[in-house]
Write a protein that binds this ligand. Structure first.
Ligand code: RB5
Length: 162
C-alpha cells in the first residue's frame, strides 16, 4: 500500500513516529513534510497530500495537526477526498468499512502515540464493506459533482452580470 504522510509543526513528532513504524512494517511511505517543528500552516500540507491521493498517486493519506480538525477540513475540500478524523479504533474501522475514507486525520494534542498507532493500523487494514455503503459513498461523489456545477454556474452568472 502506498501511503502519504503530512503534518504541520504540531503534528510533526507524531507523524515522524508513525512514519518510522510504517516503514519498519514494510509499507511504502512518502513523507510530504513538515521536516521540523518550525511553525507551518496546516492547509499547505493537507492540500498537497489530498491532491496526491485524489490523483491516485497514493492509496491512503495520514494527516496530523494539533487537533486533526484543520487538516481534516482542508482535505475534505478536495473533490474525491473522504478524510476522517479519528480518536478511537471503532471510528477508524467504521471510517474505512462504511465511508471508504481515503485519508485518516489525527490530533497529536488529542491522542497519545500508542492509541494513534492502533488507530493507524486499524485504518490501514480495514477494507471497505461495499454493499449498502457503496450507494451512500456514491451519493457523496454525485452531490459533490452537482455542488461544483452549481457553484461554477453561479460564479459564471455573477461574473457576466459584472
Ligand atoms: C497549530 O497551533 C494548530 O492550530 C493546528 O495544528 C491544528 O490543530 C489546527 O486545526
Amino acid at each position: 500500500m502506498k501511503i502519504v504522510l503530512a503534518s504541520d509543526h504540531a503534528g510533526f513528532a507524531l507523524k515522524e513516529m508513525l512514519r518510522r513504524d510504517l516503514q519498519k512494517r514494510g509499507e511504502q511511505v512518502f513523507n510530504l513534510g513538515v521536516f521540523d517543528e518550525n511553525a507551518a500552516d496546516y492547509p499547505d500540507l493537507a492540500v498537497l497530500a489530498a491532491l496526491a491521493v485524489r490523483k491516485g498517486e497514493f492509496d491512503r493519506g495520514i494527516l496530523v495537526c494539533g487537533t486533526g480538525i484543520g487538516v481534516s477540513i482542508m482535505a475534505n475540500k478536495v473533490q474525491g477526498i473522504r478524510a476522517a478524523l479519528c480518536g478511537d479504533c471503532f471510528s477508524a474501522r467504521s471510517a474505512r468499512a462504511h465511508n471508504d475514507a481515503n485519508i485518516l486525520t489525527l490530533g497529536a494534542r488529542v491522542v497519545g502515540p500508542g492509541l494513534a498507532l492502533d488507530i493507524v493500523h486499524v485504518f490501514l487494514k480495514t477494507p471497505f464493506a461495499g454493499g449498502r455503503h457503496q450507494r451512500r459513498v456514491e451519493k457523496i461523489y454525485l452531490l459533490e459533482q452537482q455542488a461544483k456545477k452549481q457553484l461554477d454556474a453561479l460564479e459564471n452568472s455573477s461574473s457576466s452580470a459584472d
